[in-house]
Design a protein around this ligand. Structure first.
Ligand SMILES: *Cc1c(COP(=O)(O)O)cnc(C)c1O
Length: 432
């Protein structure tokens, strides 16, 4: 970052401060991770200069011979990683990948059946404040009050009642795995497309640590920066490609197209312009890392750490939504402790522990206050934290939550957070 420090010291200063924040705090936001130095390097390259609208071999600009290689490499690695027939690595983000799926398979006004945002779903699955809920008719399934889990019989009832064009699976705050075959059966019964958004869990799925939706869903979307540990971005995959007779583009063209063709057109020119080639290069780096055997070990540890953390919480009389976890995150219901998510998040933040407040199912507080916090293990596991360190993480969280307004208490915790972080170095400040 020598040039940047010289040319724009103010901005460089903010980046260094953020690097220090990441280095010396407990990063427990379930959707975050730490990309490798190589992944970050790829993003800071001249590839950002290149316009490459279109796809490898079929571009609308000259001079694409090298970026074609970059995109092909990213695609081949992603296909291998997820055993998919086809992939599009151009979506700028998870939300952009999802926008392309809607464009491909839904007409405005068509019905989507998705997981309720208040029960762990995502904004792009039909929330009224998002394009998905504005453009399409959104219907929701949720989790059961007593179990915190999705009841597939209820999903079937709802699907028969609302007759959706597409059913979405996937969540931002659901600590359990999904029964994809049960969703497939329901989608087939009502003649709906089946779309899995594995934004949070892609890394665990790639490493075989959760059920695999690729061959069962019609289409799968993901981010590349959560458990997958790549650069900020999105991706669309099709496990088994073939003729798609129902999609919007297929109907309009008067010719039956494959899923892959329909989705390629929905990304470009359907919803994006030029791809971010520097980010696609970084995706290739991260997919290459994910194909190595130590990635499976990493994902196993992510899960072990989450399970261990869940046990620490339940052993100390905290309520967890669904009573535990199958994946990388837990959802703590703080009502029995007399706390709100907002109070907990702010106190933890002052102690150097970063989590996010989160609605729990059937929450009585507003989304700005909430009754819960969401805690994820991917980022600290990347640093090298194992179960022993997560015991300490729990103890420090518990110390904060017992006295959330005691500033001395928070400062004492912050010192211990920094100490543990120092034992597990992250980014070298001299390199950034
Ligand atoms: C994070 C997330 C997204 C959106 O990803 P962005 O890159 O933030 O746009 C979409 N769906 C789910 C389920 C997510 O968790």
């Amino acid at each position: 970052m020598d040039e940047l420090i010289h040319q724009d010291p103010e901005l460089a200063g903010y980046i260094r401060q953020e690097t220090e924040r990441q280095n010396f705090n407990f990063e427990l936001i379930a959707s975050e991770n730490f990309a490798s130095r190589a992944t970050i390097e790829a993003m800071g390259t001249v590839l950002t200069n290149k316009y490459a609208e279109g796809y490898p071999g079929k571009r609308y600009y000259g001079g694409c011979e090298f970026v074609d290689k970059v995109e092909e490499l990213a695609r081949e690695r992603a296909k291998k990683l997820f055993k998919a027939d086809w992939v599009n690595v151009q979506p700028h983000s998870g939300a952009s990948a999802n926008a392309a799926v809607y464009l491909a398979f839904m007409n405005p006004g068509d019905t989507l059946l998705g997981l309720d945002l208040a029960h762990g779903g995502h904004l792009t699955h039909g929330s009224p404040v998002n394009f998905s809920g504005i453009t399409y008719k959104a219907e929701f399934y949720g989790v059961e009050k007593d179990t915190g889990r999705i009841d597939m019989n209820k999903v079937r009832e709802k699907a028969k009642e609302v007759n959706p064009k597409m059913i979405s699976i996937g969540a931002s705050a659901y600590p359990r795995d999904f029964d994809y075959q049960a969703f497939r059966d329901i989608a087939d019964e009502v003649g709906a497309f089946l779309w899995m958004d594995m934004a949070h869990t892609a890394g665990l799925i790639a490493a075989g640590q959760l059920n695999d939706p690729l061959m069962i869903s019609d289409v799968v979307t993901t981010t590349t920066h959560k458990t997958l540990r790549g650069p900020r971005g999105g991706m669309i995959l099709v496990g088994k490609d073939g003729e798609n007779k129902l999609g919007v583009t297929a109907r309009k063209s008067g010719r039956v197209k494959n899923w892959s063709e329909v989705l390629d057109s929905a990304v470009f020119p359907g919803s994006q312009g030029g791809p971010l080639m520097h980010v696609i290069a970084a995706k290739a780096v991260a997919f290459g890392e994910a194909l190595k055997s130590d990635f499976i070990e990493y994902q196993k540890q992510v899960k072990r750490n989450a399970k261990h953390l869940a046990e620490e919480f339940t052993n100390h009389e905290y309520d967890l939504v669904s009573g535990g976890t199958d994946n990388h995150l837990i959802l703590v219901d703080l009502r029995s402790k007399g706390l709100t998510g907002k109070v907990a998040e702010e106190a933890l933040d002052r102690a150097g522990i970063t989590v996010n407040k989160n609605m729990v199912p059937f929450d009585t507080e507003s989304p700005f206050v909430t009754s819960g916090i969401r805690i994820g293990t991917p980022a600290l596991t990347t640093r090298g934290f194992g179960e022993a360190e997560f015991t300490k993480v729990f103890e420090l969280i518990d110390t904060v939550l017992k006295n959330p307004t005691d500033e001395q208490n928070l400062t004492a915790v912050k010192v211990q957070v920094k100490e543990l972080c120092t034992q597990f170095p992250l980014y070298d400040l001299e390199q950034v």
